[in-house]
Design a protein around this ligand. Structure first.
Ligand SMILES: [Zn+2]
Length: 299
């Protein structure tokens, strides 16, 4: 991370309110660009306490209303985000946008039902949520609100003097990835198309993800909010580690397949040189190898 990187600093008002009830926990909030508020998720494994707070979530404030971008992994986290919004603006919440289906980005949706926003997501999000509903309820103890407005390709939302461009992507990290671009400050909310520090998790298509990164590289972005890890003003450099890991995964699996080696060997050896760069390797990498093995087996 370079010296010019914005730091995630706790929003004082948010902290005071939440910490008064629980001094051990503080709902951090930063405003890296004017009107762009980010709560930084924690780099925890999915089976650790606090795993409902692992994604970067936040909101953007226009002159007329507010758009939430991802709602956290539980109603509790969604409610804390909602409380933070109330401290910064009296404007109504008109949109809750989900960047994709994973629980850590969507299970806080119900906390915003009272605001009667439009819930917005990728055209494939409704089906993806239906497929995940049982997992949400049994494993994470929460249900989810599906979108009432979907994006096939692109959609512009107006927050009052501030427009957000939403773009639905072909299958990459997941089958329902959506990015949000704030035209006012050139800030791009990437969802889990960009991981930093935490090892990228593959739940879509490795080949799709790699080709999508080439397109992201061509975008003019002044500030990027990744799905996990620190926000950055050097978007292109921030993509490189993720791309190198995904390329090592693809190259390594192709090598294993051409040698006829079993999956167990691939899990141990593919992309192993990348391990020191990333958090949560042991809980994420084996799954990525299995997914990639399945994807590339018949190419
Ligand atoms: Zn995800």
């Amino acid at each position: 991370m370079g010296a010019a990187e914005p730091r995630i600093v706790p929003g004082l008002l948010s902290c005071l309110m939440v910490c008064a009830a629980n001094v051990a926990y503080c709902f951090n909030l930063s405003e890296p660009n004017t009107g762009v508020f980010v709560h930084a998720g924690r780099q925890l494994a999915l089976d650790m306490p606090g795993h409902d707070d692992i994604a970067n979530i936040g909101f953007i404030v226009g002159k007329k209303c507010v758009a939430v971008i991802d709602s956290g992994g539980s109603i509790r986290i969604g409610s804390e985000l909602r409380a933070a919004i109330m401290q910064h603006t009296a404007l109504p919440i008109c949109y809750v946008i989900n960047t994709h289906v994973h629980f850590d980005h969507v299970l806080g949706n119900a906390a915003f039902e009272i605001d009667r926003p439009s819930f917005v997501g990728h055209a494939a999000l409704t089906q993806a949520m239906a497929r995940s509903r049982e997992l949400f309820v049994t494993q994470y103890g929460g249900d989810v609100i599906a979108p009432d407005r979907v994006v096939e390709h692109e959609l512009t939302l107006d927050l009052g003097g501030r427009q957000l461009q939403l773009r639905a992507w072909p299958t990459a990290h997941s089958d329902c990835d959506l990015t949000v671009f704030d035209q006012q400050t050139d800030a791009l909310w990437t969802g889990d198309l960009l991981f930093r520090e935490r090892l990228p998790a593959l739940d879509g298509s490795l080949k799709g993800w790699l080709s999508m990164l080439d397109e992201l590289m061509r975008m003019k972005v002044a500030l990027a909010v990744p799905g996990h890890g620190p926000v950055t003003r050097d978007f292109k450099s921030a993509i490189i580690p993720e791309r190198e890991y995904l390329e090592a995964l693809a190259d390594g699996i192709r090598g294993e397949l051409s040698e006829g080696r079993p999956l167990e060997h691939a899990i141990q050896h593919v992309a192993a040189a990348q391990k020191p760069r990333w958090l949560l390797w042991d809980s994420v990498h084996p799954h990525n190898v299995v997914r990639t093995y399945e994807e590339l087996e018949w190419e």
